[in-house]
Design a protein. Sequence first.
Length: 504
Amino acid sequence: METLALLLNGFAIAFQPLNLALIIGGCAIGLFIGAMPGLGSVNGVAILLPMTFLVPPTGAIIFLGAIYYGAMYGGAISSIMLGIPGASTAVATTFDGRPMALQGKADKALVAAATASFVGGSVGVVLFTLFAPPLAEIALTFGAPEIFALMLMAFATFVGLGGDDIPKTLFSICIGLVFGAVGLDIISGEPRLIFGGIPGFFHGINFLVLAIGIYGIAEMLWTIEISKGEVMISQATVNFRRIMDTLRELLGTWRMMMMGSFLGYFVGILPAAGATPGSLMAYGVAKTASNNPETYGKGNINGVVAPESANNAASTGAMLPMLTLGIPGSPTTAILLGGMVIWGLEPGPLVFTDHPDFVWGFIASLYVANTFSLLINIAFIPAFIWVLKMPFTILAPIIFILCIVGGFVPTLDMHDVWLMLIFGIVGYLMRKLDYPMAPAVLAIVLGPLAEPALRQSLLISSGSFLIFFTRPFAAVIMALAFILLILPLVKIAFEKYKNPTQAG
């Protein structure tokens, strides 16, 4: 009852005219920032942080939180409409969202993404409200061995992402891991895989550069080839009846929404994990658990629902260690943490007792921001559909310019633009040769997280791999990883045993 009373007081703060205006404005700005390739919530919150000095600290955190939420929703827009991930958190949405748009189902994909985002955000903020202290304590028990076990479990789902062609999938994973290792060694500090000392490789390969190249440039080259010079115009439409039909269809995806929400939230509360691994893992689990895994990557609505619910739940979960422990759960919450320090607030367990109006006003604003982000997103769907109705001869140059901007913005380095163009050509060739691109993209995301966790674990255990099986949480996760890894192989063996003539 005390929690409910504090939350109601938080709603009274959130609905103050100034704070409500900041929530609505933040959601709208965040939606635009998330939809712009290369910007994302990190850059958006960082750019707008100085503006928060004009309002009280509670209004400031509410405004930045609304931008964060809006950006999580907005990232799916360019992923679905143009095939360019608006942010790293929306890469998994591209896998099935873009094929749906090409099939004239862009409105369905957008409604599915918005609804799943709302569900994920709602589950995340409810868990945040009810279980903040105990969940924070659980997150603290996750050391390097548990983080590596979790990353290995994510890798185990990759085998399912490449269909039955396991050798090509493993090759794709290895390529991604190699790209993820480019830069400076995390322990010795020595440069590695920098291709003859090219300066641009010292900071590693930016994940967004790879994602935009493979899914933006490569998609455009592929579309130009299959169109054979003809002017292509999408037949995408939107009306109230289609939206209601989509909402009814989404009732059948509630299991994937719940799975994505809880998995995303759990990954989000782990320090330094963030929403990107959560969304990618949710997509992998959804495909592995599906009765029709072959439909993923070809326009399966569950392939949009799972990652979108996960990345919004994870973004909420990432705020939990920030507030309760003073440990940022993602790059964006690291900036929010810096803002709190600037505003004179010390994050940690005492912030709940010393500054209850600030904390509960912020938590209540997440409920409000989640609702307004959904409404704004759905209201703008006709405008998003209009973009698809442009002839491809006009749309292609726009996509190309957005890709260039998206490749340049994260590091302001032309090296990354050239690298993005190379990745675009590589992605196009992989598509022609029927190599799965998703595992390579996922590997370059999780590789830099898995490597330091593995090396730190082995340093702790003096080189013994038993550390992954003697710690309870790590042992359970490792067991699940091996099960996920073996399942597709068992399935293939069973099918060959069942149809020996077909196998031969």
